[in-house]
Design a binder for this molecule. Structure first.
Ligand code: PHE
Length: 371
């Protein structure tokens, strides 16, 4: 409120004839006008209202006390009329100022519908998850369910029950981080970051009798130096199928189907003898290069073939470990196959990604390309 108004004492009425009263009221009306100049905000309007109409401290009350109460009876009517006109003028001021200040406040909240909206970026599936889901869907179509297992695993499940006995040289190919301060535990109970998803093979068999058809995606850890194609953390998809009369032909048919689904029906597969302690016989699987159709290019190092996964028939020794909890895994009665593939590698081939570290960089410029 402007200061010259607020504290001013009420002047005495010069006299009670109409001209004198008009003059006195005109002075107050001018005062109202002056104090109503800056009523832009709701706060200013409220201050104006209190200043003029406040029940106890209001100036109008003071005027009424000073002029009306002490006036001679015959002058009361003349003063009263002018007083009402003054009060109405103040109220009109308040009303219009109130609306204006409101409009003013709303102005700042007004939405310009011609502006483009605030864009909220949609998340996108990470290429690894995308590839993983694609793989799970491919295997779901031929009756494979999905399982998971822990990333921190015991020596028993990661190695021993998969037929890597303590000191076996095959352990050296899968060096990993171990959890500290476990020297007092027996070796089989010591914890480590799993080096493959194969421990979930045994865990699955311990939990359910055959038949089993399951795929298990997950993160694995190895002491591998990082380069464009290696990362100490990567992803695998494990497969396990156990039933009566499962043969190597079933393994070949299953993987050939999966690779054709993944890379197109013109892709061929071929199997090479290999070694894993937990499969016998074991094989490495190559697919004809999906980039050059097998003619030879840089991607397949001009061989026309790309190695993609490991597999084999479940070793009877592994069934032996499963039998400790589920006697139905009798290697004389049932047989099975298993396979393991690198999801990162497959994603890199499918999406033309040349550096595996991009998968783990969290770089939006990379990830946005999969939106
Ligand atoms: N676990 C093996 C690896 O990581 C892959 C594999 C899985 C091989 C299942 C055969 C059967 O190298």
């Amino acid at each position: 409120m402007s200061e010259h108004v607020s504290g001013d004492a009420i002047p005495l009425l010069p006299g009670y004839n109409e001209a004198e009263l008009d003059q006195a009221f005109a002075a107050v009306a001018a005062e109202v006008d002056a104090s109503a100049k800056a009523l832009a905000t709701p706060d200013a309007v409220e201050a104006f209202r209190l200043h003029w109409l406040g029940r106890k401290q209001g100036r109008l009350k003071a005027i009424s006390d000073a002029w009306l109460k002490s006036a001679p009876v015959e002058a009361k009517k003349l003063i009263g009329q002018r007083f009402n006109v003054l009060k109405a003028a103040i109220e009109t001021r308040l009303e219009t100022a109130g609306q204006a200040s409101h409009t003013h406040a709303l102005d700042s909240e007004r939405i310009d519908i011609t502006l483009p909206g605030t864009e909220r970026k949609l998340g996108a599936e990470h290429p690894l998850i995308k590839t993983q889901n694609e793989l799970l869907a491919i295997f779901a179509r031929i009756g494979f369910s999905v399982g998971v297992g822990p990333e921190v695993e015991t020596d028993y499940y990661n190695f021993e029950s998969l037929n890597f006995p303590p000191g076996h040289p095959a352990r050296d190919t899968q060096d990993t981080l171990v959890i500290a301060n476990q020297e007092r535990r027996p070796l089989r109970d010591r914890l480590l970051m799993r080096t493959h998803t194969s421990p979930v093979q045994i865990k699955t068999m311990e939990q359910q009798p055959p038949p089993v058809r399951i795929v298990i995606p997950g993160k694995v850890h190895r002491n591998d130096a990082a380069d464009a194609t290696h990362s100490p953390i990567f992803h695998q998809l494990e497969g396990l199928c156990v039933d009566t009369n499962i043969t190597f032909a079933d393994l070949k048919g299953t993987l050939d189907y999966a690779m054709k689904q993944l890379f197109g029906s013109s892709v061929k597969t071929r199997f090479f003898p290999s070694f894993f302690p937990f499969t016998e016989p074991s094989a490495d699987v190559q697919i004809s290069c999906p980039f050059c159709g097998g003619k030879g290019c840089r991607k397949c190092k001009h061989s026309g073939w790309i190695e993609l996964l490991g597999c084999g028939m479940v070793d009877p020794a592994v069934f032996g470990f499963a039998q400790q909890k589920q006697p139905a895994y009798d290697p004389k009665k049932i047989s099975g196959f298993a396979f393991g593939m690198g999801i990162d590698r497959i994603a890199m081939m499918k999406y033309g990604i040349s550096d595996i570290s991009l998968m783990y960089s969290g770089d939006l410029r990379f990830l946005e390309q999969f939106a």
